[in-house]
Design a protein around this ligand. Sequence first.
Ligand code: CDP
Length: 252
Amino acid sequence: MGGAGEMNATGNIPELIVNGKRLDGRAFDEMRPIKIVAGGLKNAAGSAYIEWGNNKILAAVYGPKEALPKHTQDPEKAVIKCRYSMAPFSSLEEHGRSGPNRRAIEISKVTREVFENVIIREDFPGSEIDIYVEVLQSDGGTRAAGITTAAVALATSGIPMTDLPYAVSVGKTGEHLILDLNKAEDNYSDADMPVAIGPRNDSILLLQMDGTLTKEEVMRGMSMIKKAGQTITKLQKEALRAPYESIMDRYK
Ligand code: CDP
């Protein structure tokens, strides 16, 4: 998370709310537009693509296959391996020459933990399932968008899951809670809390916090997230259904 409340190069914190609206014109509890496409990568077991505001992210799933190297195997259940990666051209910021940086390692870990909790791993002892999240263009909230996309990619692979997770973040600027922070809001707001949820029983699969929120703000933020989750879940399911709609049309 990009250092909530940090100053910009000129030493000024930009005004994020002007005339009761956010800089991109959104209301406080309004998400950016989201478009999800399920499938697309022929050689992957499952895949999905998302455009979430200015974020463009591809997720791919490989496996289940024999876990290698062998010492990574778990005889009881599948191991989940996850790689979140930002393409060098995905933002205006400097990216390392090669290999994951600390941030990418962290996001890979939290993404893996989300899916370890929903994939029915006992069905595939000794195997591994690989999840790749490739950020092609970034504008804040890529870990949340990546999790949302990877969930759809996993669903298209047919790997059994107990739930279809989604993620979104809520933050605070001045006295306002704001939903789905873009990059400027992420960088200059007072707090940022990305959350992943399993909607079946609203289980919390990820909760990070940069900056501070009071208990009351966390509770209010969580209800904004769950309300947004209804829309996100609907879009995920529509994306999963879309390839079959044209087939169904033939039998109308
Ligand atoms: O993307 P997310 O909000 O989950 O993670 P972040 O670490 O809070 O980063 C916020 C945003 O800063 C990212 O979405 C990118 O747009 C940008 N960023 C970047 O361009 N290069 C980096 N090395 C790190 C962040």
